[in-house]
Design a binder for this molecule. Structure first.
Ligand code: RNT
Ligand code: ZN
Length: 421
């Protein structure tokens, strides 16, 4: 696209939004505050580097597809992440899982990992001036095979996972310290049962006990921020998930930690957007795992859809940007993984831009005056406003490909890099 045409379209868009009392230049500077945490696991189908050819194993999550070009080494993953970041406007962070350490070809079990295994990543992030978020990996391991980790009734197994998560928090805190921006550490465990359990209470007591042991170690908030991620069900945990939303929401509120909202983890008719302002009344901060669930927690690539737009709108309308940490969480191996990555990240950025372009004051005024027709009409009107022109200009301003140019860029990377792996 020609620069002059993009600029012209932007000027016209600005005029249209000004009629609605929306200041587009201000919107673009607000957009710069949106920092998306890039989930490294989209580049390698949640395999990790514990052993060569490692694959996602169990935990009720699944990757399907065999598109060529999966990252098989840390170097390949880093090259993919650089590529992704080069195609995204705005700021990003990196979201790592514990299985992505540099273990030097040795099998380091999860209860033995140390900062040194992640120093390479910290240095990598330092060079790029980005922060790192971290996750314990309580799946793809023999001790997770029977479906219980932190809620295991086998004390040896439970202790093993407590130790793992403790180490991960220590590593996260060190990442935050070295990088000068707090690392968000997220706990998701697959624990649950296929058929109706009898002792739900016993399992949840154990999970609470494990969390209490884990969080007994305190870190300054400027280094580490803790979050817990609930889920409704997974494959093999259809009847009950130990770490349900009720469980974690209560735990987070009581213990002053964050809650993670993954929009694949609820009933399909439940809206995560509606949960933002509900949770924020009693927990200070949230972490989002943005995805697109098709019929179940399928982890399809996030797109610019109603669900994601509502999430962004609710954050902006509640003026809660500084209380929400934004992460992606999907893994699709049926298409170019880098393409999938960029589509999802751009979709989320676009949703925030769309939300920022809303004349919130006017809409709230209508609402308070009981002018429901006017409110609905305005919301409909906004769907035909030229937000695409604003998006294109934002990309231009950030020196990243505009419009369909990023597709060609990824096709080139596929040919020159991915297909040669
Ligand atoms: C699983 C959770 C969890 C994982 C990642 C890999 O249902 O969403 O967040 O997807 O940690
Ligand atoms: Zn998630």
């Amino acid at each position: 696209m020609k620069k002059a045409a993009i600029e012209k379209a932007y000027q016209l868009a600005k005029e249209q939004y000004a009629e609605l009392e929306v200041d587009v230049d201000k919107v673009l500077s607000e957009l710069d505050k949106i920092n998306i945490s890039l989930h490294c696991w989209q580049t390698d189908d949640v395999g990790g580097f514990e052993k060569p050819g490692a694959e996602l194993g169990g935990g009720g999550i699944q990757v399907t597809g065999n598109f060529p070009g999966k990252a098989k080494t840390i170097e390949q993953m880093r090259s993919d992440l650089d590529k992704v970041m080069s195609l995204l406007p705005g700021k990003q962070r990196l979201n790592l899982h514990a299985i992505y350490g540099e273990f030097g070809g040795k099998l380091i079990d999860r209860d033995k990992i140390e900062v040194e295994h992640f120093q390479g990543w910290i240095d990598w992030a330092k060079k790029r001036k980005i922060g790192i978020d971290f996750n314990c990996t309580c799946f793809s391991h023999p001790y997770a095979d029977d479906g219980f980790t932190l809620s295991s009734k086998n004390e040896k197994i439970r202790k093993f996972w407590v130790e793992h998560v403790k180490r991960c928090r220590a590593i996260g805190a060190e990442m935050g310290k070295q990088l000068g921006t707090p690392s968000v550490h997220n706990i998701w465990i697959p624990d649950g049962s296929k058929d109706n359990p009898v002792d739900r209470n016993g399992l949840r007591k154990l999970l609470k006990k494990s969390l209490d042991e884990i969080f007994a170690v305190k870190y300054p908030q400027k280094y580490l921020k803790d979050s817990v991620e609930a889920k409704l069900f997974g494959i093999g945990s259809e009847a009950m998930v130990v770490g349900s939303h009720d469980f974690y929401l209560g735990y987070a509120a009581k213990n002053n930690i964050m809650i993670t909202l993954d929009n694949g983890h609820f009933h399909p008719t439940e809206q995560i957007g509606d949960k933002i302002s509900s949770c924020l009344q009693n927990v200070d901060e949230l972490l989002l795992h943005l995805t697109r669930g098709l019929r179940w927690d399928s982890d399809h690539v996030a797109t610019f859809n109603d669900e994601i737009i509502l999430i962004a709108q609710e954050i902006i309308r509640a003026k809660a940007l500084n209380k929400v940490n934004i992460g992606l969480d999907y893994f699709d191996a049926s298409l170019n993984r880098i393409g999938a990555y960029v589509i999802g990240a751009r979709a989320v950025q676009m949703a925030f831009m769309f939300a920022l372009l809303e004349p919130v004051k006017t809409l709230v005024k209508f609402e308070e005056q009981g002018k429901n027709f006017e409110r609905l009409a305005f919301l409909e009107l906004l769907k035909t406003k030229p937000f695409g022109a604003v998006w294109d200009y934002y990309c231009l301003q950030n020196n990243v490909p505009v419009g369909q140019e990023y597709i060609e860029d990824i096709q080139k990377y596929e040919k020159e890099v991915l297909l040669k792996r």
